[in-house]
Design a binder for this molecule. Sequence first.
Ligand SMILES: CC(C)(COP(=O)(O)OP(=O)(O)OC[C@H]1O[C@@H](n2cnc3c(N)ncnc32)[C@H](O)[C@@H]1OP(=O)(O)O)[C@@H](O)C(=O)NCCC(=O)NCCS
Length: 158
Amino acid sequence: MCYSVASVQPPQLPSVYPIAQAAFPDWSFKAFSEEAQRPRYTMRMAMRCVSGEREVLGFSLLWSAPDEVHILNIASAPVWRRKGIGQVLLEDALSLARREGALQMILEVRASNTPAIALYTKAGFLEIGRRKRYYRAPVEDAIVFAREIEHVGQVVER
Ligand SMILES: CC(C)(COP(=O)(O)OP(=O)(O)OC[C@H]1O[C@@H](n2cnc3c(N)ncnc32)[C@H](O)[C@@H]1OP(=O)(O)O)[C@@H](O)C(=O)NCCC(=O)NCCS
């Protein structure tokens, strides 16, 4: 299988939105599009290439803060789950963080979100705290995960 990951351009938002909607049903297309285009936000999409055609299989939404990259969302299309797409998107996010010279990657996840927690733990993220009643509908705690970004042999200019 050939996968590629690229930044989402505004005309591509409608092809990515069904994946967002399947994972986060309350997210309107308007809010999704606005977030994708905010300053310092990057939306990336994972695609498979079959006979020259590209099919979007998942996306991530990242926010670059000084020294940190936050993963705001990551989702794979329901039929493509457990096939490595989440890992591809996470590796891509880590590469972006390295390129930006970030020192750590950070994210929040619902305490009951077993697949996402397993994904982040497998990728070396560690729990660094909890935010009580952070999520609504349903109300739930967030677990905060972080991972240091290695810069082996790379000079980070500040
Ligand atoms: C979380 C999510 C992005 C994972 O994506 P994915 O493409 O299925 O993940 P991958 O196939 O790359 O899985 C990588 C590893 O994560 C872990 N993992 C992923 N899904 C899992 C599950 N349902 N149960 C247990 N472990 C799981 C496994 O360790 C897996 O490695 P393995 O298959 O070799 O055992 C996906 O379930 C999803 O889109 N969920 C809905 C949106 C969401 O909750 N996003 C997180 C917001 S913070």
